[in-house]
Design a protein around this ligand. Structure first.
Ligand SMILES: N[C@@H](CCC(=O)N[C@@H](CS)C(=O)NCC(=O)O)C(=O)O
Length: 228
C-alpha cells in the first residue's frame, strides 16, 4: 500500500510549494517508496487533527502517522533499513545542521524576497489567514516585506557561499551521491521556484547547476513540479 502524504497546495491543487513537503517527497523517492499525495490548504487544520498537530508534511504509513519532515526522514531510515539511507548511520550532525540552517536562515532569506508571491497563489479563503499570520511575524505588510528585492537579492545570494564552497569540492551536499542533506536544501529552493517568477539565483550560479541536477533525480521529480 502506498504511503499517504498530506502536501501543501495552492489554489491550483497541482502547485505543491511547501519546502518541508518537498524534502519528504525527495526522501520517499530516494527510498523508492510509492506515495499518494493529498492536497492540503493552510486553513484545513482540522483535517490534520489525527496527527496531533496542524502542519504538513504528515505521512500515513499503514498504522503509523508521522509529522515533521525531519522526523519523517528519521522514521523512513528506521522503518526501511534495507533501502538506501537518507541520513548516514550514527552521523546525523551534518544533515541536522543543514536542516536548522535551511529552516532558520535560508528560508527566512527567501521569505523576505517572495512571501507576497505566496499569498498570490493561495485560494481566496486561505489568503486572509496567510496574510495575517505572516504580517504578524514580520510586523510589516507582505508588500513591505518584499519591497526592494531586486537590490536585496544580491545580499541573499552571498549567503549561499557555504553551499558553493561544499559544491566546489564534491558533487552533492551528501558527498559522492545525494542524500537527505541535499533534499533539505533542494526542498527549500523548490518553494520559491513553485510560487514566484522572481529570479533568486543567477544563471551561472553553481548552486543553480546543483539544484537542476537535483531536480533531474528520480525521473525529473523536482523538475516536473508545477510552477506559477
Ligand atoms: N518543522 C516542520 C515545519 C512544517 C511547516 O511549518 N509546514 C508549513 C507548510 S510549509 C505549515 O504546515 N504551515 C501551517 C501554517 O503556517 O499554519 C517540518 O519540518 O515539517
Amino acid at each position: 500500500m502506498p504511503i499517504t502524504m498530506y502536501d501543501l497546495a495552492a489554489a491550483d491543487p497541482d502547485i505543491r510549494f511547501s519546502p518541508y513537503c518537498w524534502r519528504t517527497r525527495f526522501a520517499l523517492a530516494h527510498k523508492g517508496l510509492p506515495v499518494e499525495t493529498v492536497p492540503w490548504r493552510f486553513t484545513e487544520t482540522e483535517r490534520l487533527a489525527f496527527s496531533g498537530q496542524g502542519r504538513v508534511p504528515v505521512i500515513v504509513d499503514g498504522d503509523t502517522v508521522v509529522s515533521d519532515s525531519w522526523e519523517i526522514a528519521v522514521y523512513l531510515d528506521r522503518a526501511y533499513p534495507d533501502r538506501p539511507r537518507l541520513i548516514p548511520q550514527g552521523g546525523s550532525a551534518h544533515a541536522l545542521f543543514l536542516n536548522a540552517w535551511a529552516d532558520l536562515t535560508l528560508q527566512a532569506g527567501i521569505a523576505r524576497l517572495i512571501v507576497a508571491d505566496v499569498w498570490l497563489v493561495l485560494r481566496p479563503e486561505d489568503q486572509p489567514y496567510f496574510r495575517a499570520s505572516r504580517e504578524k511575524l514580520f510586523r510589516k505588510t507582505l508588500e513591505e516585506v518584499v519591497a526592494g528585492r531586486e537590490e536585496r537579492v544580491v545580499d541573499f545570494r552571498r549567503t549561499l557561499a557555504p553551499l558553493r564552497g561544499v559544491l566546489a569540492r564534491q558533487p552533492w551536499l551528501g558527498g559522492e551521491a545525494p542524500d537527505y542533506a541535499d533534499y533539505i536544501v533542494l526542498g527549500s529552493l523548490q518553494w520559491p521556484r513553485c510560487v514566484s517568477r522572481f529570479a533568486l539565483l543567477e544563471d551561472n550560479d553553481p548552486v543553480r547547476e546543483w539544484r537542476d541536477r537535483g531536480y533531474a533525480l528520480f525521473d525529473g521529480l523536482g523538475a516536473a513540479a508545477r510552477t506559477v
